[in-house]
Design a protein. Structure first.
Length: 177
């Protein structure tokens, strides 16, 4: 997996991603009416897309919505905080990325229990600027980790990677260079 995974929040950032050397990218917030053109442009540029299903406007992030996106658009991956989305994406042969928001020790415990249940292909930890927590989870889980959120500098990227993250998702276009 590439070390930096550009995360686009709008079409301008997506167009910048298309011109980048990166093969894999995330589209965070998107209206369903734009999915066909986004997927078409990504394929034309030999890019693999991961969609954050919880942030696609016009699609419910449930089993039916996941099946629809997987069958209709065949993304490389789906990111979600929801267990049923992760399980459905895996059944459809799409990479499943379980997004975990870690705000305290209780959230960490609940998140690890969720990961044990869903067995996603990847875990995305937020905030990603917590190398000690990345290291702790990497030491207890065999599931590859992505770090995201509050990654603002190259030092943040390096700290996350050294702590055990396989890659870093970031919407900070300065870090895409």
């Amino acid at each position: 997996m590439q070390k930096i995974i550009p995360a686009s929040r709008n079409m301008k950032e997506f167009e910048r991603f298309l011109k980048s050397p990166y093969e894999l990218g995330v589209f965070l917030e998107l209206h369903i009416s734009m999915l066909k053109s986004v997927q078409s442009l990504a394929r034309q540029h030999n890019k693999k897309m991961i969609y954050h299903l919880d942030l696609i406007h016009g699609v419910k992030s449930d089993e039916a919505g996941t099946e629809f996106i997987c069958q209709e658009y065949k993304p490389y991956g789906i990111i979600s905080t929801k267990a049923n989305v992760i399980i459905t994406a895996k059944k459809k042969g799409v990479k499943a990325i379980q997004r975990l928001f870690l705000i305290d020790s209780h959230a960490l415990e609940k998140s690890l229990a969720l990961v044990a249940k869903t067995r996603p292909d990847y875990i995305e930890l937020l905030p990603g600027a917590m190398p000690q927590i990345i290291e702790e989870i990497a030491g207890t889980s065999d599931i590859p980790i992505m770090a995201g959120g509050f990654i603002r500098t190259k030092q943040d990227v390096e700290a996350a990677l050294q702590a055990g993250a396989l890659g870093v998702t970031t919407s900070d276009v300065r870090l895409w260079e």
